[in-house]
Ligand binder design. Structure first.
Ligand code: BTN
Length: 273
């Protein structure tokens, strides 16, 4: 069977042994964006754990108002509806936990050595392979849901990527020189997300931070961060307990950088933003 057939619910529902994550599964051939669909469902009271996967997205979205190229049957494009049990200030850690879960899944299924870039990019060979878009929804100051959207470039060839990102993005196929079974990757990833999400809900957030830092090559390096179009240079000294970046400025002061409108570059080396 080709690995590039559309994924169907029957391909994986019996392979998932999670308690919460993906206890309900919705699979589509084509959606505009799984995050947008999940947000609408959540607003209408959809329960926690529901997985929305689409084999193609026509308006996949990334962070910083960027689009996310999601061609048919070549990647994993999905969203999960979550209702985290920790206070709001901890929500940034959910993106980090998803990045760790992605990295672990790549490590468990392949011999690749993924690295992480704050806040939530998964890189292989310094090129983007996976991205995470987490969006919280509130009504009358109460949390309705957190939609965790995950995109993974799995079986694209270099020419399947739009020209503008060919030098900065890669896929598992490109790195391994062989196709990857998207269903096996999805199943592994959902289990890893559940394990870390349960740790998060129990307050074991140090574990997530440690696992993230272990895979981040930028830590203790001089970097520059673009915040609201202003470039700030400093040393990425650590993450704080809420997953925010602690940046030691050239002045000696420490700046706390929140997840928002930043891009990050290693000083002296050309990375992507
Ligand atoms: C980023 O790195 O900028 C985040 C990319 C997130 C892409 C995923 S694909 C599934 C989900 N639906 C979307 O529209 N976006 C996320």
């Amino acid at each position: 069977m080709s690995t590039n057939n559309p994924i169907l619910v029957e391909d994986f529902e019996n392979k998932i042994h999670t308690q919460l994550i993906a206890r309900k599964i919705l699979v589509f051939e084509k959606l505009s964006s799984t995050n947008d669909f999940a947000k609408r469902l959540a607003q209408n009271g959809e329960r926690e754990g529901t997985l929305i996967l689409s084999n193609e997205q026509t308006k996949g979205r990334g962070r910083q108002q960027k689009s996310w190229h999601s061609p048919p049957n070549l990647g994993l494009w999905f969203s999960l509806i979550l209702k985290p049990k920790q206070p709001l200030e901890k929500f940034g850690l959910i993106s980090l936990l998803a990045a760790v879960a992605l990295a672990k899944s790549f490590e468990n299924l392949t011999n690749l050595k993924p690295t992480l870039k704050w806040p939530n990019d998964v890189l292989i060979d310094s090129k983007k392979t996976g991205g995470i878009l987490s969006e919280s929804q509130f009504s009358n100051n109460r949390l309705v849901s957190l939609v965790l959207g995950i995109g993974i470039n799995v079986n694209q060839s270099r020419t399947d990527f739009p020209k503008e990102i060919r030098d900065t993005a890669t896929s598992l196929h490109e790195e391994l020189k062989q196709e990857v079974d998207r269903v096996s990757l999805l199943v592994e990833l959902l289990h890893n997300i559940e394990t870390l999400y349960f740790e998060f809900n129990c307050g074991n957030t140090n574990l997530i931070i440690d696992e993230w830092i272990r895979r981040c090559p930028f830590i203790r390096k001089d970097i520059s961060v673009k915040e609201n179009n202003i470039e700030i240079g400093g040393r990425f000294v650590n993450l704080d307990e809420n997953g925010r970046m602690l940046l030691r400025l050239d002045s000696g002061k420490t700046k706390v950088v929140c997840v928002g409108e930043q891009s990050l570059t290693q000083r002296g080396a050309l990375c992507y933003s």
